[in-house]
Design a protein around this ligand. Structure first.
Ligand code: FCB
Length: 412
């Protein structure tokens, strides 16, 4: 992994920019019906890739839309694959390092219909896709098999807010084991076919704090949440043992047939959550976003908490792997607020680097406005704003600001 060049980038995901007629999410969220092609990035990608050059990033994290590549179980769309080859070629021409996410929340519909993650066949179906991609995109070095497996599994199999909408602990356990196994297999496939491959995970990490400082139950829950949400998946991928203990739920222990399946650790950091013990809520927990530092909230309702980035990076450092901040960003239409958010987080990053943490990259989420899961089109994360009617992309002043900051700091 590169030590001499800090990767400054932006991150996106395919579905959030362009939708897909073959993906599970298309029928999941009715907010997509009015604008199924979203920003039309599927056709406008060449224009959009030029924006990267305009900002001056040296890396770009994006995802492959599995459902476009394999729209039916026995059909691979060569045209869709060629488009990704072209994207990578265009990035290379501009000396922009591609960081490829293989799975960013969405699935081909046939996959969820026949073998969702709690079905053991899911692993071989996913690995067929990984093999195909490792062959087609063999010049890609940085790979992320899964974006935020903790969010995917909680949302899809325990709280049911994401497809396939299951709320069942035993399905959750099976699905978790299969996603982790799939990561392990993807790691081996990528390494066997691409000798210089670097394989990581983009892991969503949250600072959990007790809502009431004096309340031992709130403390206890925060610790448990931290252990489960921030640590358990990483421990499993590193040591081969997944251990989850959560009040009310049965204790979970799964032995995986591998260990050491991460070359780098990607961290997606956005916010802090306060936890309150509340026996009337599911799992006995109330989740709260609080403005305790006076930085305010984002349009997602999330607390802005830059100091939390240091806490999270410290946690991540304990795993002894090179770290990339694979996502960090804010939804707001207020440019000054967005600039303050970026600057304050980059100040913390700089501080952490000075303290000797092994951080190799930072990716702002996101290049341009897009569809936000379950929220629709109003959460404005973009450095470029998008008019979803005219499809016009417009540089916000924040794009120039980010560009200036990364130029100034490129000596990292
Ligand atoms: C992360 C997701 C990403 C985006 C941001 C706001 O959890 O990985 O797709 O939606 O949140």
């Amino acid at each position: 992994m590169e030590k001499d060049r800090f990767l400054w980038g932006v991150a996106t995901s395919a579905f959030q920019l362009e939708g897909s007629p073959y993906a599970d999410w298309m029928s999941w969220d009715s907010k997509l019906h009015a604008h199924p092609d979203l920003t039309h990035h599927y056709h406008l990608y060449k224009k959009d890739l030029k924006l990267l050059k305009e900002i001056g990033v040296n890396a770009y994290r994006f995802s492959l839309e599995w459902s476009r590549i394999q729209p039916a179980e026995n059909h691979w769309d060569e045209e869709a694959i060629r488009r990704y080859q072209e994207i990578i070629h265009l990035l290379r021409q501009e000396e922009i390092e591609p960081i490829v996410t293989l799975h960013h929340f969405t699935h081909p519909r046939w996959f969820l219909d026949t073998c969702p993650w709690h079905d053991d066949d899911s692993v071989s179906k996913f690995t067929e896709y990984v093999k195909r991609m490792a062959e087609a995109l063999s010049d890609v070095r940085y790979w992320i098999p899964f974006n935020e497996p903790n969010v995917l599994l909680l949302g899809g199999y325990l709280d049911g807010r994401m497809p396939p909408g299951i709320q069942n602990q035993s399905s959750f356990v099976h699905a978790t084991a299969n996603v982790l196994r799939s990561h392990g297999e993807a790691y081996d496939i990528l390494h066997s076919r691409i000798p210089e491959a670097q394989v990581g995970v983009a892991h969503n990490m949250v600072v959990f704090s007790p809502y009431r400082r004096w309340n031992p139950m709130d403390h206890f829950l925060s610790k448990m949440a931290h252990q489960y949400y921030n640590r358990s998946f990483l421990e499993a991928l590193q040591n081969g043992l997944l251990r989850i203990r959560f009040p009310i739920l049965k204790k979970i222990e799964i032995n995986l047939p591998f260990r050491g399946k991460l070359d780098f650790l990607g961290v997606n950091y956005y916010t802090r959550i306060h936890l309150q013990f509340n026996p009337f809520r599911r799992l006995g927990i109330a989740l709260k976003y609080e403005d305790r530092e006076g930085y305010g909230f984002t349009d997602m309702g999330w607390e802005i908490y830059p100091r939390g980035l240091e806490q999270i990076l410290r946690e991540a450092s304990a795993f002894g792997l090179p770290i990339m901040i694979t996502e960090n960003g804010i939804a707001t239409g207020d440019g000054q607020k967005k600039e303050r958010y970026i600057k304050s987080h980059l100040d913390i990053l700089e501080d952490c680097l000075k303290k000797g943490m092994d951080i190799r990259g930072y990716f702002y989420w996101s290049l341009m406005d897009h569809y936000e899961w379950l929220k629709g089109l109003d959460a404005r994360f973009g450095l470029y704003s998008v008019n979803f009617e005219t499809l016009e992309r417009k540089a916000t002043p924040v794009a120039g600001f980010y560009s200036y900051l990364i130029k100034k700091r490129s000596q990292f």
